[in-house]
Design a protein around this ligand. Structure first.
Ligand code: PLP
Length: 372
């Protein structure tokens, strides 16, 4: 980055942020239902924009958080040791193979901080989760992207061809956000093999519980490929998005390095209590996940019947390939009370909600024409 792009301090904007920070646009949070209602003079809008679970937390989580709140005058366990143990037991691994963080975004941030310095290459498919380019830029790294294929799947051979000795990290989300397509662990194994021990391959499985193909990156890759780190979250299937807890699984030496950059007490006491309760009730969580998957299949069928050519979605969301019409379709949906997430002139991501919310979306979409 040239010196010209540095911030010049003024009384209106004092300080000299790092060039990487100065060059980043300010964070703009996604729109919520209340904003849409105000802007369009409507009521009863629904938000299908952030891949959240539509149902509130399970009873055991409510009870655990309520009980834990009386202890918040104390710091939480810095390492969240009990949660690590609980996760490790369920994964059949030792606790030294598991780390936890402030959401899986927090774990990912720790991974980038551990491995990426100025000039290092970070390789990922595009489109994918938006924090990958942001974390790369913040570290001063160079993002190398490989386009998704025509069916919106990750091009694993393209990633392998783009590996270089100065690639520090490769990041693949499966299922991929925002397209919902999944990558097989067999393909990810080829990637890990090609990357070698100098390159960490991150497999971001934030949506794994909604994907019933049977692939499991922890079972299939960690252990065989010491350079693979799998990240997961309790924000999605377990419905703890607002509490912030995610985790990473990998070789103990890698986990040890990632742990060094952890923010003190990154996982708060309520999140730790909630995580333990959610992990203790897998059947209830699985029922909720099954309801979402059933709804996704219903929405997909309805859309295909009305002519949409859809990708093979495996998450709790679908991707509408609206192309140049994206902005207009997203705005029409919002005016009809359905807040979705649009991506440039590529497409719209719609989170699967309750049956009523999904019907609302289908009705709203039937009222807009994708071809203008
Ligand atoms: C692919 C992917 N990874 C990670 C995350 C982060 O989730 P959290 O930080 O809530 O764990 C998300 C959230 O939307 C995501 O889509």
């Amino acid at each position: 980055m040239s010196g010209d792009e540095s911030h010049v301090p003024t009384p209106e904007h004092p300080g000299r942020p790092r060039d990487e920070v100065h060059a980043l646009p300010s964070y703009r949070p996604g729109r919520d239902a209340a904003q849409a209602e105000r802007d369009h003079g409507i009521t009863g809008a629904v938000k299908l924009a952030s891949n959240e679970m539509p149902e509130g937390p399970i009873g055991a989580v409510v009870d655990a958080v309520t009980a834990a709140v009386t202890g918040v005058n104390r710091y939480a366990d810095h390492r969240a040791g009990t949660v690590r143990e609980a996760l490790a037991t369920r994964l059949g691994l030792g606790a030294e193979s598991v780390t936890v963080g402030n959401g899986s975004s927090g774990v990912l941030q720790q991974i980038f901080q551990t491995y990426v310095a100025r000039g290092d290459r970070v390789l990922f498919p595009w489109r994918s989760f938006e924090v990958y380019p942001i974390y790369t830029r913040l570290a001063g790294g160079e993002a190398v992207t490989v386009p998704l294929d025509a069916r919106l799947h990750v091009d694993v051979d393209g990633l392998i061809a783009a590996l270089t000795p100065d690639t520090r990290l490769v990041v693949v989300a499966t299922p991929n956000n925002p397209t919902g397509t999944a990558t097989s662990t067999a393909d990810l194994a080829r990637l890990a093999e090609a990357a070698g021990m100098g390159t960490i391959v991150v497999v971001d499985e934030a949506y794994r519980e909604f994907d019933d193909r049977g692939d499991d990156a922890v079972r299939d890759l960690v252990g065989t490929y010491p350079n693979v780190v799998v990240t997961r979250t309790l924000s999605k299937a377990q419905g703890l998005a607002g509490l912030r807890i995610g985790y990473g699984i990998g070789h103990p030496a890698v986990i040890g390095d990632i742990d060094k950059v952890a923010l003190p007490f990154a996982v708060n006491a309520l999140a730790q209590a909630a995580a333990l309760a959610a992990l203790d009730h897998p059947e209830e969580i699985a029922e909720r996940v099954a309801r979402v998957v059933e709804e996704r299949i219903r929405v997909e069928s309805a859309l295909r019947e009305s002519g949409w050519d859809l990708a093979d979605h495996r998450g709790n969301f679908i991707w509408l390939p609206t192309g140049a019409d994206t902005g207009r379709v997203a705005l029409d949906l919002e005016r009809a009370g359905v807040v979705v997430r649009s991506f440039g002139d590529e497409g719209i991501r719609v989170t699967i909600g309750t049956r009523a919310e999904n019907d609302r979306f289908l009705t709203a979409l039937a009222g807009v024409s994708p071809t203008g």
